[in-house]
Design a protein around this ligand. Structure first.
Ligand code: NAI
Length: 331
């Protein structure tokens, strides 16, 4: 039996986790879930939002399914999400973005993949207060991390029959840092002559994505641009409720949706579990359970195609009702 770390998260996390665990169990796959709490709820009892036991569990099990964890804005503890990715060296944040059956959006031909560098850039957490009126955030870009993420993007393109990788930067302004990322991209691209290599500035990319997203295939971006652009691309396919993701390193992988803990709908049985479910489907493929992954995905697609949806997609189902529909559609 697979032993997998399950980080329940907070906000809507526990609700969507319950849904996904039920669906996987109903599909007939027994998983030994190693449940690990993290976030604001454990600070008081353990003194940190990310206790060492959580990291140890992921290191041991190699695979985790993670629901969102709230990060308070401004002062306080460092983001659990950023820390987890850094501590486990989950350097690649993979966010495939494809239209879902039954979810009508402005475009019906979106099929792109965002590959976001996960360990450095302005998210390295190097900040200093110069005086009461000035604060600095340091943007860190290294050749090693940039080459590693670009190689991941090209490898992904080869393995998944993609034809192009596009590097997204603002190298015209940040000539040293983004310039280095671009240099790394060009170096790596030489090893993949079968994949087209393209370059674009992030502002132009955003404009083109909302005009004609089918112009793009695999995008590779430094951390901050990747974070923002992947929310934009989530919007192209129906919003955060359906956008899946994964954080992948050489030793372990943490599968989690793009969205956050959605405190505005917490505890209301309104959350859409689709993004976490699709992340879990990718996780099942990653651990070699393709048959279960395909069955669950087919049940989800059938449910959405039947017009059975949660409120964020214009439907009226609660999280529980939607979960039950997916289970009914498992064949
Ligand atoms: P959010 O993604 O939590 O919510 C944005 C909007 O989308 C809200 O209106 C929310 O109701 C809606 N939404 C999100 N997921 C949904 C779902 N599954 N079903 C239906 N509606 C959904 O973003 P926000 O409000 O900026 O962040 C809230 C907290 O989550 C913050 O503390 C943030 O730091 C944290 N966060 C955590 C992430 C993680 O754990 N990986 C990722 C992003 C944010």
């Amino acid at each position: 039996m697979h032993r997998i770390t399950l980080i329940n998260g907070d906000g809507i996390g526990p609700e969507i986790c319950e849904s996904v665990v039920r669906i996987i169990k109903s599909a007939g796959l027994e998983i030994d879930w190693d449940i690990q709490t993290a976030g604001a709820d454990v600070i008081e009892s353990e003194g940190t939002p990310l206790p060492q036991r959580v990291l140890n569990s992921v290191k041991q099990n190699k695979v985790a399914l993670k629901a969102p964890v709230t990060t308070p804005i401004g002062k306080g503890f460092r983001s659990v999400n950023v820390a987890l990715r850094k501590e486990l060296d989950l350097y690649a944040n993979l966010r495939p973005c494809k239209n879902l059956p039954g979810v009508k959006t402005r475009f019906d031909n979106v099929d792109l993949v965002v590959v976001r560098e996960n360990t450095e850039d302005l998210y390295a957490g190097v900040e200093e207060q110069i005086n009461s009126d000035t604060a600095h955030s340091i943007k860190i870009i290294t050749r090693q991390a940039s080459e590693r993420i670009c190689k991941f993007a090209f490898d992904y393109a080869v393995k998944n029959n993609r034809h192009e990788v596009c590097a997204v930067t603002k190298a015209n302004i940040m000539k040293l840092s983004d310039g280095l990322f671009l240099e790394a991209f060009r170096t790596v691209a030489k090893d993949f002559p079968q994949i087209a290599a393209r370059e674009i500035l992030v502002d132009n990319l955003c404009m083109q994505l909302v005009q004609e997203p089918s112009r793009f295939d695999v995008l590779v971006l430094p951390n901050l641009y990747g974070d923002i652009v992947s929310d934009l691309t989530a919007g192209l396919i129906g919003g955060l409720g359906v956008a899946q993701g994964a954080n992948i390193g050489d030793d372990c992988a943490v599968f989690e949706p793009v969205h956050g803990s959605a405190p505005d709908i917490k505890g209301q049985n309104k959350a859409n579990p689709t993004a976490l479910l699709l992340s879990a489907v990718e996780m099942l493929k990653y651990i070699g359970e393709e048959t279960y992954a395909d069955r669950i995905e087919a049940a989800l697609f059938k449910t959405l195609s039947n017009g059975d949806k949660t409120q964020d997609l214009g439907g009226s189902l609660t999280t529980t009702e939607f979960t039950e529909k997916v289970i009914q559609n498992l064949v």
